[in-house]
Design a protein around this ligand. Structure first.
Ligand SMILES: Cc1cc2nc3c(=O)[nH]c(=O)nc-3n(C[C@H](O)[C@H](O)[C@H](O)COP(=O)(O)O)c2cc1C
Length: 160
């Protein structure tokens, strides 16, 4: 029987998602984009799993550098999440809206958000239009522990 595309869409959109700013860095340049396809993958070692669009500018940077950061947005930072999925004039331009520092592993960590982690790639699955990256959490810093932004609260959808 053929896959019921409408049912697939309705059901997959019910998977709860957070909203994060993924940061990357290569050759002194940084970039960042909004990511929602993020989850945990293991207690020990602590792993995260993130799916990244193959066509995006950050995809190749993650493959080459084997590093990325994840910045955890507060519930009131929807506007910032929007900045980081819109087209930008030049690589890294979105960070004009959001000051950052470089973390211990050289990755962009936003100065104003809940906190951020830096992650080192351990494996990847490259089958579909997104690559599933599996990465170990190698640093973590918190600025202010509070309610996080989630996809459902924004009215946006990604995938399904
Ligand atoms: C709500 C929402 C969630 C998104 N989640 C992801 C995601 O999990 N992975 C991804 O690769 N792109 C995701 N995107 C798309 C990227 O943010 C977008 O393609 C961005 O322009 C990529 O930037 P880059 O080409 O500079 O890397 C999402 C977009 C929106 C609107």
């Amino acid at each position: 029987m053929a896959l019921d595309l409408e049912a697939k869409k309705v059901l997959l959109r019910k998977i709860p998602h957070g909203l994060f700013i993924c940061g990357v860095s290569e050759g002194g340049e940084v970039n960042g984009f909004t990511a929602s396809w993020v989850t945990q993958g293991s207690f020990e070692p602590p792993l995260v799993v993130m799916a990244v669009r193959r066509e995006g500018s950050s995809h190749g940077i993650i493959e080459r550098t084997k590093l990325f950061s994840l910045n955890f947005l507060r519930a009131d930072q929807k506007d910032l999440a929007a900045v980081f999925f819109k087209p930008q004039k030049a690589l890294g331009g979105r960070f004009e809206a959001a000051p950052f520092v470089l973390g211990e592993f050289g990755l962009p960590l936003l100065e104003d958000c809940i906190g951020g982690i830096e992650c080192g790639l351990v494996d990847q699955v490259s089958v579909g239009d997104h690559t599933v990256f599996v990465a170990a959490v190698v640093s973590a810093s918190i600025q202010k522990d509070c309610e996080a932004l989630d996809l459902a609260s924004t009215g946006w959808s990604y995938g399904g």
